[in-house]
Structures are given as C-alpha cells and as structure tokens.
Write a protein that binds this ligand. Structure first.
Ligand code: MSP
Length: 500
C-alpha cells in the first residue's frame, strides 16, 4: 500500500460501533471523506484514507451476549457488514482498521505508555451511559436518563485518570492559534465554551468487564473505549513505528466526524496527543445529522434508512449526489425519498443526463468526431473559460469541506451549458453552418469534460461512463488543461434511465 508508506495528507472517517447494522449516517460520513480523498488524489496528492470499526466496550459485549454468541465471533460478523458498506458506497483505496486487530492493541498500549506522566490511579463512581460509552454528571441525569435519552447506570470502580484538567489552557491556546482547527465555526464556539467552563480529569480505564485492550502492566484494567478508539487514527499510520512519519501525516490530517462526537475529537484527542508528544491533526470537521421524517433515526423506532436498500433502489451515484446536494455539509437534514426521486429526475436526468446525451448524440451524427478549429465566438469563449477553471473554483471549497458549494459550482456550469445549447441551436447550425456547429460542440465537449472532472469525486461511476464516451482518461485533473483536439467520441447511453 504505497499510499500508506508515502502520504502527503490523511483523511479519516469515524470508526463505527458494531452493535447495530450500518445505516445511512455511517454511509454519509464515509462518502464525505471519500469525496475529499478522491478530489485530492485527482489533484495529485498522496492521501492516506482510513475507516473501520470500533469493537470494544460494554455495549458490544452485551450485544454479543444478547445474540448468544462469543464476542469475537460477534465482532467478526458485525465488522464485516461495515466492510461491505465501505465497498457498497465505493470507498476509494483505504485502510479498514478494526480495534480488535493485533496492530491496534500494540499501538494503543504504546500510546498509553506515552501518556503515563499524566495518568494516576483513583476511584470512580458515577452515572454511566453504556449507549454513549460515557460518564454523565449527576446534574445531567433526569429520570434515570442521560441528555441523549440513554439509560444510565451507577458505576463504582477503581480507575486510571488522565490529567485532562492540566490541558485546559493549552487547548484554548491551540484553538486560538489555529482558528481552522475546528469546523464549522458554530461548533468551534461550542467546544471553546465547553473547555472554558472547566475540564475535569478523565477516567480512562474500566475493571468491571474485560472486552477491551488491557492497560499495560495493570491486570484487570482495560482501556476506556474512547482512548482505544481515537488511537485508531495513528495505528492506521503505523504507530508506534516511525513516529516522525506519524506526526507528519497527522499535521496534515482532517478528521471527519459527526457532531455528537466532536468533543472527543476536539478536546480529549488533542489533549492526549499533546501529552504523547505527537502532532495534532490539522482540522476536525463535524457534520450534521440526518433525521427521517423529522425524527431521530433509531432501531427502536424502526425508521433507520438502510444504505444498502437505498443503493439497490436508486443506484449508488444518485444517492451519493443527493446526500451532499440536499443539505449543506455541516448542517442537519431530513432524509426523504420523495426529494431523492425529484433530485434524480430534475438534477441528474434532466440537467446532467440530457446535456451529455444531447451533445454526444450530436457528435455521433457528425460521424463521431469533431473538426476543431477554435474559431470561437464570444459565447463559446465564455463557456470555455468557465469550464477551464471549474476545478480551480471547486478546490478552495473542498479544502474547507464545503461540499455542497462545490456541487453548486458544477451545477452552474451544467446550467450554463444547457443554456448555451438552447441559445446556439445546434440542430439549426447542422443545416446552415457546420463549421460553427463544430465550434459549438467543441466548447460543449470541454464543458462536459470539466463537469465530469468536477463531479468525479462525487459520482465516480457516472463520470467514468462519461469519460469513456469521450475517450478521456479521467485519472488526473491535469488533463483538464489539455486541448480537445479531434477527439473521437463513442455513442452515449442514458446515464440516468428514467424508469426501471
Ligand atoms: N465509535 C464511535 C466513533 C469513534 S471515532 C474514533 C461512534 N460510532 S457510531 O457508529 O455511533 O457513529 C459514528 C458516526 O456515524 C457519527 O459520528 C456520524 O459521523 C455517523 N452517524 C451516525 N448516525 C448518523 C446520522 N443519523 N446522521 C448522520 N451521521 C450520523 O460514535
């Protein structure tokens, strides 16, 4: 895996709990990271991409018990479903990491040792929410439930603590010095307010159950599942080997996480890394949550959207498109199949599909290739210029994880191109002026090619088809700069058939 040994940057998804089946929220986080990775790779960057499963903790141990099978067997089966999800949503080359792997046990134990100056032994008693794998303060418990609605239970145990309180100022300084560290900005403000309100030391081990990574040299204690989980990112980079490389990759790493786990990533994880002397990630982006028909998705309500079923019903690329077009990345949104169908019909079939179909079918009528003379009128020049810098316009947006903004740019060009077709009326030029027709179609080919590059990270299968129609390699953005000379095109087939 060359991209692991030699990478310029890193993008991560959360590693998913395995006590339930993959749902659309997991697919969402994975696809988001995938889009960013694909964009960067098309741009020539070597990106290390990691995802995987978070398999330890009391919740998983209990789920295995309920299923009546051993916890290892349970984990193997459950993790496999997430691997299948990764391939169903078409994640590009990545490392799939399981916290039950040997490489991770070694890594987590080595990491623990680096924290030892900040670790002390004490006793913990308090309310614990197994569902959130988190202690809840007494003030936050109402009617036996945590703020997230999970049942809490009283826990008393001997525990190791991490001196989180000692990191309050250093964390605040870091947020101040690197304003881009936490995004979106509203979430950054929440984190800062949380840290300013005071940090308590963190209980980081358990001794009431044993489904976890043993604390080094401390029999009976296992690591708190969140330490174990966060370390996955550096395990994936090869920690504890080659510390310098780990730090280098981390300094250019973006963690994509759901908003509910931002605190773990923006407070605990940086404090651990500071203590361990490892470079902090460049940025943590917290995305919003999908609800269904206005309600939180949950197994008990039975309203969870199944990504596999959605892909079967609507196709993968339409789903990938919808998830990032429908809501701004970073905000919450409601999942509705009616809207998904509309998006497929209007945006994909009408706007994009028709454009490609019309232009390429026309070229077929001219024998499958164009005679390029670049004797462009101002209109063609305008479209040409807009096409030429589409990727340039998208790049800074992708850099800020503004995925909907990047899609907007591509759709502006699609709209301009469709308008250009209506204005230039190629069907009339075919009768009156074939030289001009060639110019018009050349400009359109350029715009379709640019659109395909811009959309390739979002809809890789669809754009691959377009590249194939046009005999374009499509493997690097640098190709966007090449001239479109005497290109042969193949007959197109509809990209988004209307009815199945
Ligand atoms: N195991 C932890 C993460 C450890 S990372 C070091 C965990 N797992 S999880 O399976 O509960 O959820 C992980 C992520 O899935 C969320 O942070 C979010 O990215 C995504 N989503 C889960 N449900 C979601 C929605 N309903 N909507 C959007 N994304 C959500 O927390």
């Amino acid at each position: 895996m060359a991209w692991r040994k030699n990478c310029d940057s890193m993008i991560t998804t959360p590693i998913y709990y395995i006590n339930g089946d993959p749902h659309i929220g997991h697919a969402y986080a994975s696809i988001a990271a995938d889009i960013i990775v694909r964009f960067k790779r098309l741009d020539g960057e070597k990106v290390h991409f990691s995802t995987g499963t978070d398999e330890h903790g009391i919740k998983v141990a209990r789920s295995a018990e309920n299923a009546g099978i051993g916890v290892r067997e349970f984990s193997d089966q459950a993790s496999q479903k997430f691997r299948e999800m990764s391939s169903a949503v078409n994640l590009t080359d990545h490392d799939f990491i399981r916290t039950t792997e040997e490489r991770h046990r070694k890594s987590a134990q080595a990491f623990w040792k680096l924290l030892e100056n900040d670790i002390y032994k004490g006793a913990y008693s308090g309310w614990y929410s197994a569902r959130d794998e988190e202690y809840v303060t007494a003030e936050d418990v109402v009617d036996g439930k945590s703020p997230s609605g999970a049942t809490v239970e009283w826990m008393e145990e001997e525990s190791f603590f991490f001196r989180l309180s000692a990191y309050q100022n250093r964390l605040l300084e870091h947020y101040e010095k690197y304003p881009e560290f936490i995004a979106p900005i509203s979430r950054r403000n929440e984190v800062i307010a949380f840290v300013k309100s005071g940090l308590k030391d963190l209980s980081i081990s358990r001794n009431k159950f044993d489904w976890g990574i043993p604390v080094p040299d401390s029999e009976g204690h296992i690591m708190y599942v969140w330490i174990d989980a966060l370390v996955n990112y550096i395990t994936s980079l090869g920690f504890p080997n080659d510390l310098r490389r780990v730090s280098e990759a981390m300094s250019n790493c973006i963690h994509i996480v759901g908003k509910e786990i931002l605190r773990f990533h923006a407070v605990y994880w940086p404090a651990f890394l500071m203590s361990a002397g490892i470079t902090l990630p460049k940025r943590i982006f917290a995305h919003g949550w999908w609800t269904r028909d206005g309600q939180k998705m949950s197994k008990s309500v039975g309203n969870v959207v199944d990504p596999f079923a959605m892909i079967t019903e609507y196709g993968l690329d339409p789903l990938r498109y919808f998830l990032f077009r429908e809501i701004r990345f970073g905000e919450d949104g409601d999942f509705s199949e009616t809207t998904l169908r509309k998006r497929i019909s209007y945006d994909l079939a009408n706007d994009l599909g028709n454009l490609v179909q019309r232009v390429l079918a026309f070229i077929q009528k001219l024998g499958g290739s164009l005679t390029v003379n670049y004797d462009f009128s101002i209109k063609e020049k305008e479209l040409y210029a807009l096409s030429r810098n589409l990727v340039e316009r998208m790049r800074p947006l992708i850099e800020k994880q503004n995925l909907h903004g990047a899609l907007d740019c591509a759709w502006e060009l699609i709209a301009e191109s469709n308008k250009f077709v209506s204005d230039m009326k190629p069907w009339e030029l075919a009768k009156t002026d074939v030289a001009r027709l060639n110019c018009v179609l050349t400009a359109l080919c350029e715009s379709i090619r640019a659109i395909s590059f811009g959309l390739a990270p979002f809809m890789p299968d669809t754009t691959r088809k377009i590249f194939d129609f046009m005999n374009v390699d499509g493997k690097s953005f640098t190709e966007v700069e090449r001239d479109f000379t005497n290109q042969r095109c193949n007959p197109p087939v509809p990209l988004f058939p209307r009815e199945k």
